[in-house]
Design a protein around this ligand. Structure first.
Ligand SMILES: [Zn+2]
Length: 418
């Protein structure tokens, strides 16, 4: 059974070199005007002007008419925390009244309050809540999401979250890429003995995660009050020895040397980077670490300290944008909202922002050969938006204009059917 998308006002393919895009390449979206695409067995088989695709269409083809619409690859959200219990709406109100994220964390709130809720939630309930979040991602045009553990902070609860992530992948069309983030915070019970917790992550959690193949990546929250450079180095180098690839939450609140550490360890990505300076940017470039920028968390924390996206692009870094979806600092699953923030607050162009949240994000998850662009042989993961110009994706904000979303050629979200 084949599927044909015809008459797209703009078919945004992102066809190009088989690697993450840098500098001026990030502005080249390889748009086919009046575009068409043939899909066979869940993969893109032909792409080009609609009239050519329509010619010689297999007789049994299902036709999707994209007249007046933009078609683009499904967004790849390379940094998210979608599995957690409860939410943090109480703290949201406290922050609105002036409390800072660090003050709330010091008084027992923040990540630790989500940890308490997540520990008290069963695997089945966590799965049900995560499936609800997965539906939000799909409805906003995202077809692949990275998913971190990190709200368990015991062997049992971290494994519980990673099993939920594995089940999400099996039970829903959204592709979910698992990351172990046992070093997300020091749990309350180890507040006086952080080294005991670091040893637990290294000696018990990581070997089990690797043995059961529950994660592809290992991440740490390297920050004042969380894990320092030395602890982060120990955890990440153990993970690397066990065959995991590396990501890291670094330099969100302080310029701590986290970017240099990620370069030293040849991590795949360094995430956040709000406080990263020229030396940090140069270090990332020297090891080709991809920066993952998370403007949603800057916005939602009420900060104005956005990462230096322009300097990173000028330095030749393959910038990635992601939501950082989580209940505390970035409660949004919407990549279009992130595109808006990237353009208005970090002065990226709409094209750069789209490349950062599709093809570059796909490479940052080791999936650049399968997703992130619409090219023959790649998975037919794409979205159709009610726009005639791709720049509208970043221009309108605060509501979703996703008309329909497809994974491997199957419709997984259709606004008309809701
Ligand atoms: Zn995060």
């Amino acid at each position: 059974m084949s599927v044909a998308v015809l008459n797209a006002t703009q078919l945004v393919t992102l066809a190009g070199p088989r690697r993450a895009r840098v500098r001026a390449e990030m502005r080249e979206l390889a748009i086919v005007p009046a575009g068409g695409m043939l899909i066979e067995d869940g993969r893109v088989s032909r792409i080009g002007p609609s009239a050519e695709i329509e010619n010689g269409l297999p007789a049994d083809s299902q036709v999707i008419d994209a007249t007046g619409k933009v078609v683009l690859p499904g967004f790849v959200d390379a940094h998210a925390h979608p599995v957690f219990g409860g939410n943090r709406v109480d703290e949201f109100e406290m922050r609105a009244q002036g409390a800072t994220y660090e003050e709330i964390a010091a008084s027992g709130g923040g990540i630790r309050s989500t940890v308490a809720r997540t520990r008290a939630t069963s695997e089945e309930e966590l799965l049900a809540q995560a499936k609800k979040h997965a539906g939000w991602f799909l409805a906003n045009g995202t077809t692949t999401v990275e998913a971190k553990s990190g709200y368990g902070l015991t062997v049992e609860d971290e494994l519980k979250i990673l099993r939920v992530i594995r089940r999400l992948n099996q039970e829903i069309p959204l592709e979910v890429v698992p990351t172990f983030l046992g070093a997300h915070a020091i749990p309350r019970e180890d507040r006086e003995s952080p080294e005991r917790y670091v040893d637990l992550v290294i000696n018990e959690m990581l070997p089990l995660v690797a043995k059961e193949k529950l994660a592809e990546f290992c991440d740490v929250f390297c920050e004042r009050g969380y894990f320092d450079i030395e602890q982060s180095r120990k955890i990440l180098s153990t993970a690397k020895r066990l065959g995991l690839k590396l990501r890291g939450h670094v330099e969100q609140l302080t310029n701590s040397g986290g970017a240099k550490l990620m370069a030293e360890l040849e991590a795949t990505t360094a995430d956040h980077l709000e406080k990263t300076d020229e030396q940090g940017i140069a270090a990332l470039k020297s090891a080709n670490v991809q920066p993952v920028l998370l403007p949603g968390s800057v916005y939602a924390l009420g900060s104005i300290s956005y990462p230096r996206a322009r300097e990173m692009i000028n330095a030749g870094l393959a910038v990635v944008l992601a939501t950082d979806f989580n209940p505390g600092s970035s409660p949004t699953p919407s990549v279009p909202m992130i595109l808006s923030l990237a353009c208005t607050q970090m002065k990226m162009s709409p094209a750069e922002a789209i490349a950062a949240s599709t093809i570059n994000a796909a490479y940052s998850l080791n999936r650049g050969d399968k997703i992130g662009s619409l090219e023959p042989g790649k998975l037919a993961n794409f979205s159709i938006f009610d726009y005639e110009d791709y720049r509208e994706l970043a221009y309108w904000f605060g509501f979703s204009r996703a008309h329909s979303v497809y994974v491997k050629g199957d419709c997984v979200h259709n606004r008309a059917r809701l």
